[in-house]
Design a protein around this ligand. Structure first.
Ligand SMILES: [Zn+2]
Length: 385
C-alpha cells in the first residue's frame, strides 16, 4: 500500500467523455444544487439503477429519455461477469461500449458506475483498474474485506480508497468510498450480517485523506429484499445523516452522499406478484408468503435522506422484484407463447415503468428537457404496463 504523503488529487473536470456522458459526480452535484436546465430549484437525487444486460440498459435509457432525467447506471462485479459470459473484464468492455453508443444518440446525459468495486482482492483490483478507464465513476468499497468477510481498519480503508482516487481523479472519473459496514447482501460475493453506523469523527478524516467526492456512510439502510422483519421496517438515522452532512459540507460542499440499500417496496408490485402466484395455484403458496414478507425502506425516509445530501440513491431490489412480478404475469397471460421477445418485452417494459416511478419520486425529471409524459398523472401499475 502506498504511503499517504500529500493531498489527494482533485477531480479533473476537463476530461471529455464520449458524447452525452459525464462523471457521476457532475450529475449528482447538479442534483444536490437543484439545477435543471437553466433553473435552480429543489434538491433532487439520481437513482443508480443496477443493470445486468443490454435490455436493462435500454430500459434505463427509455426511462431517462421519457423524463429528461440525469441517468446513472451501475454495474456490479457479478453483473459484469454475467454480461461478459463469465469474464467481468469483457463484460466491462461490452457494457461501456454499448452505453457510449446508446448515449451518443440520446437526449439526456448519463454516467456509468462500478458498484462495490473491491480493491482489496487481486481479482477485484483488476476490475477496478479496468473500470477506471471504461466507466465515468467507480466505487472503491474497502470498508470490508470481501474475501475474509471482516471489517477493515480505517487506515486500510483510507489507504486503498486513496489509491483508487490517485488513479481515477486525474482521469476525471469520480470515486465513491464507503465508511461503516452495511448489513445485507450487496452482491453474490459480498455480504455482511451486522451494520455499524459511520462515526462522525472518522468521516472528516476519511474525506480529507482520501479526497473522495462521493461517500456511502452507513445510517441504517440495508441491502436485499428483507430490510427488517415483516411489520417492522428499518428506521434510518436521519439526525445522524444531517450531522454527517454538516461535517462533509464543512470540508467541501460538493461532496455527495450515497444511500445504499435504498430500495422501496412497491406494494402494488408485491400485490401483483401475489395475485399471479395465487392464480398459478397451490405449488406456489409458499412463494406467495415469501413475497408477502418482503420489506423495503419507506420512501418517506429516503426522501429525508435526499434532504441530507444523499443525491445518489442505489435501487436494485425493487427493480428485480418488478422484473420477477412481470415474469409471473407473463406466464399467467400466456405460457404457450413461444417468443422470447414477447416475454422480454413484458419484463423490460415493467422495469422501465419501475425506473420512471423512482425517477419521479426522486424529483429527477425535466433536467435535460421537459418530460414527455405528465409526471403528475403517471401511475405505476403492472396491470396496465
Ligand atoms: Zn450497495
Amino acid at each position: 500500500m502506498s504511503k499517504i504523503y500529500s493531498t489527494p488529487p482533485t477531480l479533473n473536470r476537463e476530461r471529455r467523455f464520449p458524447d452525452n456522458m459525464q462523471a457521476a459526480h457532475a450529475l449528482a452535484l447538479k442534483a444536490k444544487q437543484g439545477r435543471k436546465g437553466n433553473r435552480t430549484g429543489e434538491r433532487y437525487a439520481l437513482p443508480a439503477f443496477n443493470v445486468t444486460n443490454i435490455q436493462g440498459i435500454n430500459s434505463a435509457f427509455t426511462a431517462f429519455e421519457t423524463l429528461g432525467s440525469s441517468g446513472l447506471m451501475a454495474f456490479s462485479n457479478s453483473a459484469l461477469k454475467h454480461m461478459g459470459g463469465g469474464d467481468p473484464l469483457f463484460g466491462l468492455e461490452v457494457a461501456s461500449d454499448y452505453v457510449a453508443r446508446k448515449a451518443a444518440r440520446s437526449s439526456v446525459q448519463v454516467a456509468t458506475h462500478l458498484d462495490h468495486g473491491d480493491y482489496i482482492s487481486e481479482q477485484g483490483r483488476r476490475v477496478v483498474q479496468a473500470a477506471v478507464s471504461a466507466l465515468t465513476s467507480v466505487m472503491a468499497d474497502n470498508s470490508t474485506d470481501k474475501v475474509n468477510k471482516a471489517g477493515l481498519p480505517l487506515e486500510d480503508n483510507i489507504g486503498y480508497t486513496r489509491e483508487v482516487v490517485n488513479m481515477a481523479h486525474p482521469l476525471g472519473v469520480s470515486v465513491e468510498g464507503e465508511l461503516g459496514v452495511l448489513a445485507g447482501e450487496e452482491d453474490e460475493d459480498t455480504k455482511s450480517d451486522v451494520s455499524t453506523y459511520t462515526e462522525p469523527d472518522e468521516l472528516a478524516r476519511f474525506l480529507r485523506e482520501t479526497g473522495v467526492l462521493m461517500l456511502a456512510p452507513t445510517i441504517g439502510t440495508m441491502h436485499g429484499a428483507n430490510k427488517g422483519r415483516p411489520g417492522h421496517k428499518v428506521k434510518l438515522n436521519i439526525p445522524l445523516a444531517h450531522e454527517l452532512l454538516k461535517i462533509a459540507d464543512g470540508i467541501n460542499d460538493e461532496i455527495i452522499f450515497v444511500a445504499h440499500g435504498a430500495s422501496t417496496m412497491y406494494e402494488d408490485v408485491r400485490d401483483y406478484a401475489v395475485e399471479q402466484l395465487e392464480a398459478l395455484g397451490a405449488p406456489f403458496d409458499g412463494t406467495a408468503q415469501t413475497w408477502k414478507d418482503f420489506v423495503g425502506t419507506d420512501w418517506e425516509q429516503i426522501k429525508g435522506l435526499i434532504g441530507a445530501g444523499f443525491c445518489k440513491i442505489n435501487t436494485d431490489t425493487e427493480n428485480r422484484q418488478t422484473f420477477l412480478a412481470a415474469l409471473l404475469g407473463a406466464v399467467n397471460k400466456n405460457a404457450a407463447k413461444v417468443d422470447i421477445r414477447w416475454y422480454e418485452k413484458q419484463m423490460w417494459d415493467a422495469v422501465s415503468a419501475s425506473y420512471i416511478q423512482k425517477l419521479i419520486m426522486a424529483g429527477n425529471y425535466g433536467v435535460w428537457h421537459e418530460p414527455k409524459i405528465d409526471v403528475e398523472q403517471f401511475v405505476f401499475d403492472l396491470h396496465s404496463v
